[in-house]
Ligand binder design. Structure first.
Ligand SMILES: NC(=O)c1ccc[n+]([C@@H]2O[C@H](COP(=O)([O-])OP(=O)(O)OC[C@H]3O[C@@H](n4cnc5c(N)ncnc54)[C@H](OP(=O)(O)O)[C@@H]3O)[C@@H](O)[C@H]2O)c1
Length: 217
């Protein structure tokens, strides 16, 4: 059974854990306050889940999900994540995160900043365009013509392949918007963001195409 490390056990991390277990994975979940604060979640998730520190979850996962808002100063375990595919759920919300000057100026995307913070990992965008509770409810079979599609982006094709497989197991289609320098096309405020309630693969691809770069400073 594949182990997934999930760093961040809030709204989105806990729902990814739920969907992953349902799809046959084992999960190791972590938050900032320590494994003992995750007892209730782990009990709810069942025997395929255990709690750990962020570093241990990073080390345990064959691939790792970061479901923690990005900080300007890296707070993720760089060494344990080295060499691994790291799925990043992060969306840049100025009201929550404050201003990141290099992103506001268009010098880099949020995902490029995460990649810079984790230089030996293969960062890939995942689960950014679905509300957390819908991860376990909005999936549908591959032949459904209205199947929900989610964007991904990475500098590593193997990371895009992994996310595409995982999304399919969870019931979603994928649109590849690589490399990370192009990921501004799905950022909050862009057409693909405004339509996140429901986009098919064709609709999401068209919305990505329609994006216009917003430079704040
Ligand atoms: N919520 C959604 O529907 C949704 C959907 C798509 C994308 N996203 C994006 O996903 C990210 C997470 O969102 P969320 O809504 O899940 O946030 P959340 O509910 O506030 O959860 C954040 C989690 O991150 C943990 N955390 C924070 N700093 C940490 C650190 N240094 N090491 C380990 N764990 C740490 C927190 O642990 P403690 O509680 O112990 O501090 C908490 O478990 C955001 O960027 C958000 O924009 C969210």
């Amino acid at each position: 059974m594949t182990n997934i490390g999930i760093i961040g056990a809030g709204e989105i991390g806990s729902q990814i854990a739920r969907a992953a277990i349902r799809a046959g994975y084992k999960v190791v979940v972590a938050n900032s306050r320590g494994p003992e604060t995750l007892r209730a979640l782990v009990a709810d998730l069942g025997p395929s889940a255990r709690a750990a520190t962020a570093a241990d979850a990073g080390a345990a996962g064959e691939f790792v999900v970061i479901a923690v808002p990005l900080k300007l100063v890296n707070d993720m375990p760089v060494e344990e994540l080295a060499g691994k595919i790291v799925l990043d759920t992060n969306n840049y919300m100025i009201w929550r995160d404050g201003h990141y000057p290099t992103i506001d100026s268009g010098q880099q995307t949020v995902l490029e900043l995460r990649q810079q913070q984790l230089p030996a990992s293969k960062v890939v965008q995942a689960f950014t365009h679905i509300q957390a509770p819908r991860i376990t409810t909005a999936g549908s079979p591959a032949h459904d013509p209205r199947r929900l599609a989610l964007p991904t982006s990475s500098n590593y094709p193997e990371a895009v392949e992994l996310v595409t497989r995982l999304f399919d197991q969870f019931g979603f289609d994928t649109v590849d918007n690589s490399p990370l320098s192009e990921s501004w096309r799905t950022a909050p405020g862009q057409p693909a963001w405004r339509a996140l309630q429901h986009q098919t693969r064709e609709e999401l691809a068209a919305n990505i195409e329609r994006a216009q770069r917003i430079v704040l400073a």
